[in-house]
Unconditional design. Structure first.
Ligand SMILES: [Zn+2]
Length: 78
């Protein structure tokens, strides 16, 4: 990997870490129940980049995918 690309990747990683750390936190009632695809769509920074990622990546969307996997069936009825 050349230096410019590596520097860019490092900046992107820091940017995403900061975005996750500063993500708006969903309301307590959302966090208290099993999260859904809609919750991940509503709070993507929290559930994909932030502290909710651990939960989202182990929660089944109902089609056999985890909520961070980009299920092809979820969201088709939007
Ligand atoms: Zn799904």
């Amino acid at each position: 990997m050349d230096k410019n690309l590596r520097d860019g990747a490092s900046r992107l990683s820091k940017f995403l870490d900061a975005r996750g750390a500063n993500a708006p936190v969903p309301p307590a009632d959302v966090l208290a129940r099993t999260i859904t695809y809609a919750d991940v769509q509503a709070y993507p920074d929290y559930f994909i980049l932030g502290p909710g990622q651990a939960v989202a990546s182990t929660t089944d969307c109902g089609h056999g995918y985890n909520l961070t996997d980009g299920c092809p069936n979820c969201g088709t009825d939007d």
